[in-house]
Unconditional design. Structure first.
Length: 207
């Protein structure tokens, strides 16, 4: 697998892992709405959320995560997930201040690698091309870069034809890989920049 192929795979894995974590926390709002309401009160200073409000927030997050996992409107969905997780990470500042106290404080540090993953995915969103919804007529930067490199690779392994004119004669010289010119034996003399080369005396020469 080339480096161009590894980048989309790595970004796909980031997107899937972020989705799993966010989806589980969203499900918590449906399975345990009271617990979700207590989280909002203790960490986001938003108290008194009713069951209906908690379920509504969960429904909105589900819609966001569907767009996120499908790669729809990446700037908006990836950015929204980044903001949500960023707020969640910073809101647990009390746990970071006392990591070795009794309790789950140390586990909260796992939020930081995921935050880095969210930032990386957002910055490289145009190269996240696997398993995403593609709109007709729209090309991502990752696809365009991959196509350009593929074209360059094909050109570097193929022969380019260059035409040289000497007097009234025109010679077609294929340039091979490594800058070598393959000549046909015609008995004519060709000027090659610094010196004259007899085409009847060589089958190939260095440009």
């Amino acid at each position: 697998m080339t480096s161009d192929g590894r980048i989309p795979v790595a970004l796909l894995l980031l997107r899937l892992s972020i989705f799993i974590v966010m989806f589980m926390w969203t499900l918590d709002k449906f399975v345990r709405p009271d617990h979700a309401a207590s989280v909002y009160e203790n960490y986001y200073f938003v108290g008194g959320l009713s069951r209906t409000v908690t379920l509504t927030i969960g429904a909105l997050e589900i819609a966001l995560l569907v767009g996120f996992i499908l790669g729809i409107a990446k700037r908006c969905t990836y950015g929204a997930v980044l903001v949500l997780h960023g707020i969640s990470t910073l809101s647990a500042y009390k746990h970071y201040a006392a990591p070795f106290e009794e309790g789950p404080n140390l586990l909260f540090f796992a939020a930081w690698p995921m935050l880095a993953a969210c930032v990386s995915l957002y910055l490289l969103r145009d190269y996240d091309t696997l398993g995403v919804v593609r709109w007709a007529g729209r090309k991502s930067a990752g696809n365009e870069l991959h196509q350009k490199r593929e074209t360059m690779n094909r050109n570097s392994h193929s022969d380019a034809l260059v035409f040289f004119g000497v007097g009234s004669s025109t010679f077609q010289l294929p340039i091979l890989k490594g800058g070598r010119l393959a000549f046909r034996s015609t008995g004519r003399t060709v000027v090659n920049g610094r010196r004259k080369i007899s085409r009847s005396q060589c089958d190939s020469c260095t440009n």
